[in-house]
Design a binder for this molecule. Structure first.
Ligand SMILES: NC(=O)c1ccc[n+]([C@@H]2O[C@H](COP(=O)([O-])OP(=O)(O)OC[C@H]3O[C@@H](n4cnc5c(N)ncnc54)[C@H](OP(=O)(O)O)[C@@H]3O)[C@@H](O)[C@H]2O)c1
Length: 249
């Protein structure tokens, strides 16, 4: 399928890389950010444009959620299939007289971090079965883990991902603020973080919980609250402990 990728951010970059690694041709990469498009175009040897959107069979729109609708209006090709990559948008956000779809990869993408694409779950939805099958086959070239999913299910997948990834990473960032404030090397905590994540390959997250809140150790909870000087850290510390206590009471 002749494919154009729209966008030059994290997801667009990794989709281009995943397609290229699997010898899937990309006809063009299109967007508004010339400097980023040029970098992707140079790295993967793909034509790019900021103003001349070519004809293609498939357009994958990988831009910020808030821009998907406007960007989708740029596609005038009525014979095309157009997919977005968002977990929290329905297909109907796409505005045009073309066939609509969603092509949602469940992973956290940053340009500077390499990924094994074969393990990434892809969730596919399309208006008709033929398109769903083509997108399913396309994603299956990249990944061993492809499923169809409607928006009702996809939005809960994304919500779960926010808890499992975005919030956890935010806690890492807050933890680093604390270690930095005391000149502690954050590398001390990497084996602990690795084990925390590795453990849930084998245990239910609920069974893997440790720490003062689940032990009901009020002395340590009080000590930590006294040590915290940052208001935001204190709010998070108290909220997390309340949540842990409620889960195990
Ligand atoms: N990041 C993830 O881990 C992840 C995972 C799965 C799905 N997704 C979904 O994938 C999509 C892209 O996310 P991302 O992480 O790649 O975002 P990103 O890295 O922030 O990149 C956003 C892209 O959208 C472009 N853009 C923003 N506003 C625009 C506008 N008004 N008109 C035209 N282009 C605009 C940006 O161009 P500029 O550089 O010019 O701003 C940039 O190319 C989103 O729907 C997101 O929900 C993300």
């Amino acid at each position: 399928m002749q494919t154009i990728i729209i966008g030059s951010g994290n997801v667009a970059y990794h989709l281009v890389k995943a397609f290229k690694q699997n010898n899937i041709e990309i006809h063009q990469i299109f967007g508004r950010n010339k400097a980023e498009l040029l970098k992707i175009s140079t790295e993967f040897n793909i034509p790019f444009s900021t103003n001349q959107l070519e004809d293609a069979e498939l357009y994958i729109i990988a831009v910020s959620d808030s821009a998907v609708e406007n960007v989708s209006e740029l596609i005038k090709n009525e014979n095309a299939l157009v997919a977005h990559t968002s977990g929290s948008l329905p297909m109907e956000i796409l505005k045009g007289n073309y066939r609509k779809a969603s092509f949602y990869p469940l992973q956290t993408f940053s340009k500077t971090k390499n990924l094994d694409y074969s393990k990434i779950p892809f969730f596919i939805e399309a208006e008709n079965q033929i398109d769903e099958k083509s997108l399913f086959e396309l994603a299956s070239i990249i990944s061993e883990n492809v499923e169809t999913s409607d928006y009702e299910r996809r939005k809960y997948i994304h919500l779960t991902a926010v808890f499992a990834c975005n919030f956890v990473n935010h806690l890492f960032a807050r933890a680093k603020e604390i270690s930095d404030s005391q000149d502690l090397d954050f590398n001390y905590f990497i084996p602990l973080i690795d084990e925390t994540v590795e453990k849930i390959h084998h245990l239910e997250p609920k069974s893997a919980q440790t720490g003062p809140a689940v032990r009901g150790d009020e002395r340590v909870l009080k000590l930590h609250e006294e040590l915290i000087t940052d208001e935001e850290h204190l709010k998070i510390y108290q909220l997390m402990n309340e949540s842990i206590k409620k889960m195990y009471q």
